[in-house]
Structures are given as C-alpha cells and as structure tokens.
Design a protein around this ligand. Structure first.
Ligand code: C2E
Ligand code: MG
Ligand code: MG
Ligand code: MG
Length: 288
C-alpha cells in the first residue's frame, strides 16, 4: 500500500516536471521570435535626486508583450533566455533600443540598462556598447550599465578588464541589488564601480527596523569613502525617502515617485516633470 502510494506520488512529480519542461521549451521557442516580431518592449522608471526629487534619468526595464499571455515580466523569461544564446540577442537589442530612446530625452537625463552576467561573459560588451552609442548618437556619459554581483564570480580578472573598457568609453558602471549577494565588500574594493544601487529589501526593512537603518547608514558612508554614487531602489514611502536623503543617499527610485513607464506614459512624465527642458528639445526638433 505504502509502496503504491509512493509510486503514484513519484508519477505525479514526474508528470509535473514534464509539463514544466514542456512549458519552458514552448516559451523558449516563442522567445526566439519575440525580438523579430517586435514583442519586446522597454519601460522606463525614473531615478530622482534625493535632495529635490527632480528626475536625473531612467532605468530601462524589459517586458515581453506576448500576444496571448500579455505583458510578461523579466523574471519569467530572462532566466530562460540565459540558458540559450537568446540572452545575447536580447541584451544587444536592449542596449541599442535604450540608447536610441534616451537620445531623444532632454539633455543630461541618463539611461540605465540591466546587463545579464551571461550576456556580459558571452560577448564583447564594449563593442556592443560602442555600436549602440554610435547608432543612437547618445553621449556615453548619459549611459549606465547595471550589473549584479553574480557577474563577479566567474573569472574576475576578465570581468575587471571588460568593465574597465566600458568605463573608458565614459559609461557609468553600477552594482545593482547591492547587499543581496556575498563578499560585497571585497568586490567593491576590487571592481571599478561608479555607483551602488542598494537593494530594495534594505529600504523596505528600514521602515520598522533600526538595524536595517544602521546598515543603510553604513552603506551610505561606505559610498562616501569610495566616492561612488549611492542610489536606493524600492522607495515606496515619504518616510523612507526622508531617511535616505538624511543619510546622504544621492538618488532614489521607487513607486513613491513613479512606476516603470510605458511608451505612452513616458513623454507625459517628461512634459510634466522636466517641462522646460522637454519643451526646448521639442522646439529644437521642430526647427530642424
Ligand atoms: P532591478 O534591476 O533591480 O529592477 C528593479 C525592479 O524593481 C523592477 O522590476 C521594478 O519594477 C521594481 N521596482 C521599482 N520600484 C519599486 C518599488 O518601489 N517597489 C517594488 N516592490 N518594486 C519596485 P522588474 O521590471 O520586474 O525587473 C525585475 C528584474 O529583472 C530587474 O531588477 C533586473 O534584474 C531584471 N531586468 C529587467 N530588465 C532587464 C533587462 O533588460 N535585461 C536583463 N538582463 N535583466 C533585466
Ligand atoms: Mg537594475
Ligand atoms: Mg536593482
Ligand atoms: Mg533589486
């Protein structure tokens, strides 16, 4: 009896695994066509100055506008893309698309692009970046690359060399989701970062946890020592924004200011939040 039950439980998991594997393969096949079909879209979430809450730039966040599934979040397809060479195609597309879009924004606003470690390892990233800058005409100083600690595990020397090449172009390199990985401190000293983005779990915890607030203070002062820009992500309340400004974080990002904006919402945001500069760009475009 017990044996039979065990067997049927096993069968159940086997079937479930089958369907998960099938689902994955289906998604991967569909993802192959998604780029060519124009189904990938970028949404842009503002980053604001901690001092006056004025936008300093945007982070590009990819979504898959699937004909049946609707808007698929990156967490559901980036891992699949990473298992094949699709991540290189998606990454190349994202960098170029983000640069083209940002080239039309008011002068000075930056654009940040998330880079998968797999893409980074599998391609000559400075060539990809150079090409996107040339095609779009975007000033390198307006582009930021966001990478996570996972990138730093394999072949650190090769990664340092590649990051240095990108920085030599004038591009800003940011460490994303800071605090969620391991060996953060030693990596920070070893790798050439310009910016640290504190993971939103710390910002979240800070609301009712004095230890989390102490950790945030420590990260902010570390940023000062290393002379890097400190950005906090996932800011949802006025109290969090106030505290982060008080401890001298430079930039804030989160739903308190804006959610990631689509192609319709973005121009509206620019007109209402950077009106004079947006108007100047528009007038210039009309004259040309
Ligand atoms: P991330 O780079 O840390 O991006 C921030 C994520 O937090 C975004 O989720 C954003 O919508 C969300 N977020 C922003 N503000 C708040 C807030 O106040 N509260 C809460 N609860 N969430 C907030 P999204 O767009 O689903 O992206 C998830 C992750 O997927 C990103 O994390 C990034 O690691 C990855 N990703 C996004 N776009 C790309 C891409 O183009 N390429 C690659 N390789 N990865 C990407
Ligand atoms: Mg990011
Ligand atoms: Mg992040
Ligand atoms: Mg994060």
């Amino acid at each position: 009896r017990a044996k039979a039950d065990g067997r049927s439980v096993y069968r159940f998991f086997e079937m479930q695994m089958d369907s998960e594997a099938r689902e994955r393969r289906l998604l991967e096949a569909e993802l192959r066509d998604a780029i060519a079909n124009g189904e990938l879209v970028l949404h842009y979430q503002p980053l604001v100055s901690a001092k006056d809450h004025q936008p300093t730039g945007f982070e590009a966040l990819v979504r898959w506008n699937h004909p049946i599934r609707g808007l698929v979040p990156p967490a559901e397809f980036i891992p699949i893309a990473e298992q094949s060479n699709l991540i290189v195609e998606i990454g190349d597309w994202t960098i170029e698309q983000a640069c083209r879009t940002a080239a039309n924004w008011p002068e000075g606003l930056t654009v940040a692009v998330n880079l998968s470690a797999k893409h980074f390892h599998r391609s000559d990233i400075s060539t990809v970046v150079k090409k996107a800058l040339a095609i779009s005409g975007l000033d390198a100083r307006r582009l930021e690359i966001e990478i996570t600690e996972g990138l730093l595990i394999d072949d650190p020397d090769a990664v340092i060399a590649k990051l240095a090449e990108v920085r030599d172009l004038g591009v800003t390199v940011a460490m994303d989701d800071f605090g969620t990985g391991y060996s953060s401190l030693s990596y920070l000293l070893k790798f050439p970062f310009d910016k640290i983005k504190i993971d939103r779990s710390f910002v979240d915890a800070a609301s009712d946890d004095e230890v989390a607030r102490d950790i945030l203070r420590a990260i902010a002062s570390l940023g000062k020592t290393l002379k890097v820009t400190i950005t906090a992500e996932g800011v949802e309340t006025e109290a969090q924004a106030e505290f982060l400004a008080e401890i001298a974080c430079h930039q804030l990002q989160g739903f308190l200011f804006a959610r990631p904006l689509d192609a319709v919402e973005l121009p509206h945001y620019l007109m209402t939040h950077v009106p004079t500069r947006a108007a100047a760009v528009k007038a210039e475009a009309e004259l040309a």
